[in-house]
Write a protein that binds this ligand. Structure first.
Ligand code: ZN
Ligand code: ZN
Length: 232
């Protein structure tokens, strides 16, 4: 599929313009992943936390319904920002997301053993958005990550009932409020299961926190998160 697309639409690398693929290997190599481990944060308070584990006190402040961990692979800037942004509007651009996902997982040096036994669940978009866009970025990333992590994908157990818009204009509290009831989950599947939520970008963490809450409420055993990028 990838080769076919590359053949039909000869691509220029986003970053350097070289003809070949949309994100060339030379440019991927330039993405330094060596320091990413030092930048991981707690999803609740946003301050540093080793391996992105949620602080005990932060978990308590969310009634133990926050994800236990958030790992992100890249900072949302430069080439990564461009890839994630543009892939929202141009279908073939999803190749860039796949390359980034593969590169990030292989090069970041994290111990993904944490995720053994987890089901990979992409953060959903609404049906309306799906119809308009034709694909869900989070799902593309999850599908690429699944074999690399040796995990099973389930893209149907969480669904998005409503879109929330213009989040940046809202305060933190309003943002959380607007997400209430936005997601529904398949209790039968989720109950007793360990879920690894996957998304393309984590900005405030509000979406992941809300889904995590809903998952715990129907009896998920554990929720963790893996994001391709984190807003900086
Ligand atoms: Zn390049
Ligand atoms: Zn914290």
């Amino acid at each position: 599929m990838e080769n076919l697309i590359n053949l039909i639409f000869p691509q220029e690398c986003f970053s350097c313009g070289k003809i070949g693929r949309i994100l060339c290997v030379e440019c991927l190599r330039k993405l330094s992943l060596s320091k990413i481990a030092d930048k991981q944060i707690c999803i609740v308070c946003g301050t540093y936390s080793k391996e992105g584990m949620t602080h005990e006190k932060c978990l308590k402040s969310k009634d133990n319904k926050a994800p236990r961990q958030l790992i992100y692979l890249f900072e949302y800037k430069d080439m990564v920002r461009k890839s994630v942004k543009e892939s929202k509007y141009a279908r073939k651009q999803f190749l860039a997301l796949k390359y980034l996902t593969r590169w990030g997982i292989q090069e970041c040096g994290f111990d993904f053993g944490y995720y053994t036994g987890f089901a990979l669940v992409p953060v959903p978009i609404s049906k309306k958005k799906m119809r308009r866009r034709g694909f869900n970025q989070a799902r593309i990333i999850a599908r690429e990550a699944a074999p690399l992590l040796g995990l099973k994908l389930n893209a149907t157990c969480v669904t998005r009932e409503k879109d929330t818009r213009a989040q940046y204009t809202k305060s933190r509290t309003e943002r959380f409020k607007s997400l209430e009831g936005a997601f529904s989950v398949e209790g039968n599947y989720v109950r007793g299961r360990k879920i690894l939520l996957v998304d393309d970008i984590c900005t405030t963490g509000a979406t992941l926190l809300e889904i995590s809450k809903v998952l715990y409420e129907v009896g998920a055993q554990e929720v963790r998160c893996l994001c391709l990028s984190k807003a900086v």
